[in-house]
Design a protein around this ligand. Sequence first.
Ligand SMILES: Cc1cc2nc3c(=O)[nH]c(=O)nc-3n(C[C@H](O)[C@H](O)[C@H](O)COP(=O)(O)OP(=O)(O)OC[C@H]3O[C@@H](n4cnc5c(N)ncnc54)[C@H](O)[C@@H]3O)c2cc1C
Length: 287
Amino acid sequence: MIPTGFSYHRPADLASAVGLLQAHGDEARVIAGGHSLIPMMKLRMADLSHLVDLQDIADLKGIEITDDTVTIGAMVTQHELIDSDALAAAIPLIREAALQIADPQVRYMGTLGGNVANGDPGNDMPGLMQCLGATYALSGPDGGREVAARSFYEAAYFTAREDEEILTRVTIPRPAGGTGYAYEKQKRKIGDYATAAAAVLIRMDGGACAEASIAMTNLADTPVWAEDAAAALVGTTVDDAARKAAIETAVAAIDPVTDNRGPVEFKQHVAGVILGRAIDRALERAS
Ligand SMILES: Cc1cc2nc3c(=O)[nH]c(=O)nc-3n(C[C@H](O)[C@H](O)[C@H](O)COP(=O)(O)OP(=O)(O)OC[C@H]3O[C@@H](n4cnc5c(N)ncnc54)[C@H](O)[C@@H]3O)c2cc1C
């Protein structure tokens, strides 16, 4: 199918883009890489009269790295995330996760902002950003505000973003040196969304886990930041008992549904296996 007709707008600055959203209300939507929105329009699951293309807005581009934080513009593509050696040195977990999204063609177009703003439980970046403790900057008619990724997701395709707001940047605190990391994803085939995915950070200090963060993808209608599961690792040597407790706690926190990726019991099992692998790999990498 082809989408229904729409007017195409290509503003050069953020204020004009917000103005277009205000002017056209429910009838308008921003388009970034288009790799989630256009399929929805073709399937007639989204019927919009105005598309506001963000690609000419310079403020939404670029990756800025300081000693403490990494700030990434919403229009930075998944390919650019992978391609940046400076970003991979600062937060290697991002390249590892981005390489597991879709295929190169999708990654050349799909943006970080589109991936995290979309609200699709199958998107990999929301859970990743929750694991990393990222903050989203939003800009709207009333100015700017910031929302933690851990509070952003309300239900499938429902987020804390208001309709007239544009997500402009993602700011991530840099994990302490020596923090181990892993993004593990089980999918049916290359290019597929996750059956289950887990993002893990582990920092060891004197043989014990000093800090941990765990988030799970496509196992509920929002990403699941498994705070209690990570807490089960902290203060331990990440031995078998702690690993088992973390996995059991995370599996209790997810809420998968039966679909073409499998029944609930299968997804719970896969989630546990994937999280176990991610914990092991993050621990191996922690120094
Ligand atoms: C074959 C295929 C396989 C895929 N596999 C995966 C996968 O394995 N993992 C994965 O994570 N993704 C996957 N995707 C999705 C892909 O990564 C998308 O590109 C991404 O989710 C959305 O980014 P986009 O820039 O294309 O956003 P768009 O499609 O342009 O927009 C998506 C939604 O977000 C909104 N939006 C976009 N940018 C902003 C912004 N700055 N502020 C506010 N709202 C905004 C739009 O209005 C729209 O509602 C796949 C896509 C395809 C086609």
